[in-house]
Every structure is written in C-alpha cells, then in structure tokens.
Design a protein around this ligand. Structure first.
Ligand code: PMP
Length: 400
C-alpha cells in the first residue's frame, strides 16, 4: 500500500495527541520580542530558535522590510531568471560577495534551496562527493539529486576523510568535499583546518555550509572557515538568511568565476520564485548590522558560555564545548517529550529533536542562545532545567 510507510508516523502522532502534547509545530501565538513569545498558551523565553544575533525583531530590519513592501510590493511573482530579479536582489548579491571578500554570489529563496541546489549541481554522474556523515538534510537531498557517487566520511574526522581521498587515487583531485561550520544539532564546530589540509594534500573542491556559523564565528562573522583561517581553501560557501540574519533565504559565494555559469544550471534557483522585496530589504539591513556591530557576536558567546556552564554544572549531558547551540542528551523518546513539555510549562521553549533529525540515535533537547537574551533569561532557562532535575525527570549521567 502506498501509505504503509507512514504508519509509524501516524502512530506517533496518535501517541502525542493522547498525551496532549505538541512538540512538533507548536504554535507561537504571539511574538513579544526577539526572545519572548506566547507558545501553545504559555508565555515563554524562546530558547530554541536560530536567532543567534537577535535580528528577527530589530527595528531597523523591520522598517527596511516595511519600506520595501511599500515601494516594491509584496512579491516578485517570478523566478530570478525571468521577472524576479529586482534591484534589491542584485544589490544583496553584491553585498554578500563583498561581506565574504569574493567576487561572486548567488541569492536563493531559502537556505535549503541554496545548499541542496549547489550540492545537486556542482557534482553529477561520474563525479565523486565526499560528505560528512552527519550532514544536514539539505545536503543529503542535494547529493542524492546530483547523481554523483556519494561517499560519507565519519563525522568531523579528517583522518577518515584523508583515508577515503587516498583510496580515490586520481579521482581525488576532482572530488567535491562537503562539511558544515557549526553543526546544528550538537553545536560542534567542524575541524576545518584539518579538512582544508586534506584538501591541500589530495586536491578536490571544498564546500562549507555556514548556516549556523555565519554571524556567530570569525572576526567579521563570516563563519567557521574565517575563524579557522582557511577561507582561501573553501571553494564554495553556502549559508542561510534564516538564522543570524533573522529573515529567510540562502546564498552561495565563491571566488570561482564559474559560479556565474553554474547559476543557470541550478533547478532550485531557476524554477522557483525569488524572495519578496521585504525579505531582501531586511536581509540587507541585517547584513549591514552584523558588519557594524561585532559586539552582538561577543554577547552571543557570553550567553552561550553562561548557558553551557550552567547546564553542565547541573550534571546534564551537554557537548564537549560551549556553543550557541547547547544540546542536552536524553535517554529515550518518552522522557524527551515529557521534559520538553515540562520546560514549556516552566516558561521555556526549546527544540525537541529525535531521530532521524538528530545525528546517530540521539534524543535531544536542543537549546540555542541569542545575543538578545539577557543574563536573567539565561539563568531562568538554567533554573527550569534545575527544576526538572530536582523532580527526577532528567537523566543523571554526570556528577556535578
Ligand atoms: N543547512 C543547514 C546546515 C541547516 O541547518 C539548515 C536549516 N536548519 C539549512 C541548510 C536550511 O536553511 P533554511 O532553513 O534557511 O532553509
């Protein structure tokens, strides 16, 4: 039967309905600020967003969006290749290329389209892709569409990457290597210095998805490659506007002039409508702000350290280093759902992550911080977890 494959999902949905809990697609009924909202009837601190720099609610970005809607209308009603390239799209491409210090940029309608589109198009039948095994779904979708031979290397393991490059022999020099900057679920940063060294030794092309690291890492916020000092080794940087830039859309930047030809070969760019003028305008404003206000990045890391240390000192199973994403590892699905709901009741919204969205078989409560969180809000989040721990709801895997 066509629908048999959905049975386990339908059963899971029925279980959630019976428990009267809605961890997926919980409705935000009101947004009160960049860090507060009303979710499923509770006023909460938003501690499960990707609003790393707090720009989704910045007055300057909102004004830019409003003015653009007034002047340009609500949508372009067309693809970039047809009637959907407005002056703002062109200007944003110039500005994002300038931000990265390269000559070429493509703006996409979503980050998913950017990553998927680039992975699907750069390599084709007869080519080889070597990708990190814990890659985002957009990378998996793209490489599948590409028709290339796809080989996974162990997550953030440059030795495994080198071993596989060695095995490829002559083909290594034409291989597309794919990694991310900050990984979205556990908040770990890819070892880009070592990955770049493998590329230098064996050849190939390196694509880095900086979706979660743009704005968060690097002296000027370009991401993990800038922080690692290896930007010259990265052939293609892809990213999104939906996290640090607080809007929606995606991009690819590159120093390869071929990007201009590649643009005309990407289905996810050609056959979809371009972003609305208001989105483009708020993104341009946000990009300007992240260039001019590096203190937001400092604040983000202060908050990240505060949350990480706080949760760690409660004895929770957090990752090895502080990061804007702090994931707490749980034991099983039922426990994760109960804790997610208890946190919501305590006024804290976090992300509930279960396989296959999480790497390996992890059940996670994914917390993310924003530069816009106050220290009091971070302390409230930590206190909510302390309450769960005291109620015996959390796994006690580590000593305080
Ligand atoms: N790449 C990575 C690594 C991501 O985490 C995401 C979104 N979570 C995307 C791409 C897609 O970006 P968007 O949600 O802006 O479409």
């Amino acid at each position: 039967m066509l629908f048999d494959k959905f049975k386990s999902m339908a059963d899971f949905q029925a279980e959630l309905a019976e428990r009267q809990v809605k961890p997926f697609g919980a409705v935000t009924e009101k947004i009160l600020s960049a860090t507060e909202g009303v979710v499923e009837g509770r006023q909460v601190i938003l501690a499960g967003t990707n609003n790393y720099l707090g720009l989704s609610y910045d007055a300057r970005c909102i004004k830019a969006a409003k003015d653009a809607a007034q002047q340009w209308g609500t949508g372009t009603t067309g693809s970039r290749l047809a009637n959907g390239s407005f002056a703002g799209h062109q200007a944003l491409e110039d500005e994002i290329a300038g931000f990265y210090g390269v000559d070429h940029a493509i703006v996409f309608s979503t980050g998913y389209a950017a990553t998927m589109g680039m992975c699907a198009t750069l390599a084709g039948p007869g080519d080889v892709i070597l990708m990190d095994a814990d890659s985002h779904a957009s990378i998996y979708s793209g490489v599948k569409l590409s028709g290339a031979e796809v080989i996974r290397f162990k997550h953030s393991d440059p030795d495994d990457l080198a071993k596989r490059m060695r095995r490829l022999g002559d083909r290594a020099s034409e291989t597309l290597i794919i990694a991310e900057g900050i990984y979205s679920m556990l908040g770990d940063v890819a070892p880009l210095q070592e990955i770049a060294a493998v590329k230098r030794e064996y050849g190939g092309y390196l694509l880095v998805d900086e979706a979660h690291s743009m704005g968060a890492l690097g002296d000027s916020g370009r991401g993990a490659a800038q922080a690692a000092g290896v930007e010259a080794d990265v052939d293609f940087t892809v990213g999104t506007f939906s996290k640090s830039l607080g809007s929606i859309g995606g991009f690819c930047v590159s120093q390869h002039a071929d990007l201009e030809a590649i643009r005309f070969c990407i289905s996810a760019y050609i056959f979809t409508a371009s972003s609305s003028p208001s989105i483009i305008a708020s993104t341009r404003e946000a990009l300007r702000i992240i260039g001019e206000e590096p203190q937001r990045r400092t604040q983000l890391w202060d908050n990240a350290n505060r949350l990480y240390q706080g949760l760690k000192s409660l004895g929770l199973a957090v990752g090895p280093t502080a990061s804007p994403v702090v994931a707490v590892e749980m034991e099983d699905r039922s426990q994760t759902i109960s804790c997610w709901e208890a946190l919501l009741d305590a006024g804290v919204y976090v992300n509930l992550v279960i396989p296959p969205a999480s790497p390996s078989t992890n059940f996670l409560l994914r917390n993310s911080v924003s530069a816009a969180h106050s220290s009091e809000q971070i302390d409230t989040i930590i206190a909510a977890y302390a309450g769960l721990r005291d109620a015996g709801m959390l796994p006690s895997t580590k000593d305080n």
